[in-house]
Design a protein around this ligand. Structure first.
Ligand code: F6P
Length: 359
């Protein structure tokens, strides 16, 4: 048996722990393991396919990033090709990928990635390839699984930032607006905002009214709390408005959402007269060592991926349905969305603790 592992999409702390667990579990069965570098680029002649041995995965379980590298540009089914005039055309290179996988003697692939990678995996399975998926995103917005690895680490990083902002905000009587990741789902903002004891939490699932946000800040002032912390997900938007876009995307890349914190800070300062500053936590949330929780979840997913191959669960994704790791068909996952439930217990608890969602 020869299997190959690919990591695709934005990185998340825990990828290396998944790789380590999958490689060691495969070797335990006497299988061969290959690593496809940079998403599927290694199978398209744009990067390498490397052997993954016990030595390759030694001492990587606690490291952020991915030893296989990753990319969020270009599906093999819609691959951007640079033209001499600087423009791009998009071509389907999936036949080439399938052929190269055959040449490498690959029997099955473990694809570790988010929704983009799941979609590619489903298309590859439709072409007859044997693929099982491990869900990954710091945003925690993959349906069918309670958690994705990387989320807990991102939340911990955000909480650490909020804790630090508290002391400086309080010293200066300032409002500090912290923008965290979460393009479509506000889980990082919600969880870190509640645990970090922010006064205002703004998420894509609950459109906000800037006047309500300012009202909360004024109410705190009246009670002698002269500072406020606002945690905003990058994809949050005002009622009737659109999410902010921070810059241009490269060909084959998703829209680069972000920058709402800057707009918010200036709107809050103008309306309340309070000095307001903003910062974007950005890729700090994606880096660093995975927390113990993420590390264990990653290792469980890695081991379970090998068992899923043994059970021939092609086109399935591993999922945490606490306390068990199960497999669910990718098709089911792609047919759903996972977002913060505005009526769920975390939002309700936050409201009861006095947090404003700007609504
Ligand atoms: O999907 C995970 C995520 O961290 C989003 O929250 C964020 O919008 C995006 O990745 C950023 O990706 P990139 O690093 O490609 O800009």
């Amino acid at each position: 048996m020869r299997i190959a592992i690919s990591t695709g999409g934005g990185d998340a702390p825990g990828l290396n722990a998944v790789i380590r667990a999958a490689v060691l579990s495969a070797i335990h069965r006497g299988w061969d393991v290959l690593g496809i570098k940079r998403g599927y680029a290694g199978l398209l002649g744009e990067d390498e396919v490397i052997p993954l041995t016990r030595e390759s995965v030694r001492g990587i379980g606690h490291l952020g990033g991915t030893i296989l590298r990753t990319t969020n540009r270009g599906s093999p089914f819609n691959y951007p090709i640079l033209q001499p005039d600087g423009s791009y055309t998009y071509v389907d290179r999936s036949d080439e990928l399938v052929e190269n996988a055959r040449k490498h003697g690959i029997d099955a692939i473990i694809s570790i990635g988010g929704d983009g990678s799941l979609r590619i995996a489903q298309q590859l399975v439709a072409k007859g390839m044997k693929v099982v998926c491990v869900p990954k995103t710091i945003d925690n917005d993959v349906p069918g699984t309670v958690n994705t690895f990387g989320f807990d680490t991102a939340v911990s990083t955000a909480i650490e930032a909020i804790d630090k902002l508290h002391t400086t905000a309080e010293s200066h009587d300032r409002v500090l607006v912290l923008e965290v990741m979460g393009r479509d789902a506000g889980f990082i903002a919600l969880y870190s905002g509640v645990a970090g004891m922010a006064s205002v939490i703004l998420i894509p699932e609950i459109p906000f009214d800037i006047d309500k946000v300012c009202e909360k800040i004024r109410a705190r002032d009246r009670r002698g709390r002269l500072f406020s912390i606002v945690v905003v997900a990058e994809g949050a938007a005002p009622v009737g408005g659109d999410e902010s876009v921070i810059g241009e995307s490269l060909p084959g890349q998703a829209k680069r959402v972000g920058g709402v914190s800057k707009w918010l800070a200036s709107a809050i300062q103008q309306r309340t007269g309070k000095e307001t500053r903003s910062l974007i936590l950005g890729h700090l949330q994606r880096g660093g060592q995975p927390t113990g929780y993420d590390r264990l979840l990653s290792m469980r997913f890695g081991g379970a991926a090998i068992r899923a191959i043994e059970d021939e669960k092609w086109g399935h994704m591993l999922a945490l349905q606490s306390p068990h790791i199960v497999t669910v068909p990718i098709e089911e996952v792609l047919g759903q969305t996972k977002r913060v439930d505005p009526e769920g217990d975390v939002v309700r608890t936050a409201r009861e603790l006095g947090v404003s969602f700007g609504d």
